[in-house]
Design a binder for this molecule. Sequence first.
Ligand SMILES: [Zn+2]
Length: 253
Amino acid sequence: MIKFHPDTNMLAEYVNGRLDWAVSICVAAHLQMCTQCRQEVANLNAIGGFLLSSDENHNSDAEDAKLAAPQNLDTQSVDDSVESEAKSDKFANLMKTIRQSEDNPIVVKKQAPMLANCHARDEALKEIPPIVKKLLPEQEIKWTRISKALKMARLKAGQEKYEMAFHRISSGGQVAEHNHRGLEITMVLHGSFSDSGGIYTPGDFIVKKPGEVHKPRATEDRECLCLSVVEAPVAVTGWVGKLVNPFLKIKPA
Ligand SMILES: [Zn+2]
């Protein structure tokens, strides 16, 4: 069961198309795995539509008022009550739409794009969300070994601010403790890992803010594959950092 989700602010930014492309890919991948957040996005869309329509009505009311002849107070208060009744009707309709959609959860059609032959034998890639499948190169993925337990493959993020990559931790493997100079988003795609914040399983969306230090370890039962988006170079702390830092320099694609 998914326990870690993007917060409402991030979902609202996603709905408004204001997230950076790399971050919005992570949110979209999470949405393909998480019914709860799909619901929240549907509600945010409904609320956005409601606000937009009240705003339009409000503006046209204001324009009508400018054109209209001066009214006496009695007519004004009747008009106000008619207007507030119309607004409360619209709000009731909005709430009805939200309740109805909550009764009928939004289902994502599982017509995932086929994996290219070179990836098909990779167990960890079989269950990944369709949007992540689309990011896979046609050729074999180039994995770079970062440490005994960790391999990384950069993905084309098409922008400079973020680096997008797959990280693969071997079963029971420990990643060097590291912190971040920028935002780091990790989406678990296969297997699970833990750090001081909890145990993360497929679909979990983990946000680490600048300065947060963590030391992920994959569970013993299987390897763990994650999609991650990192805003700025990662700094590895401790003596291991001196060895692996050169490999972790950000290289946006
Ligand atoms: Zn969610």
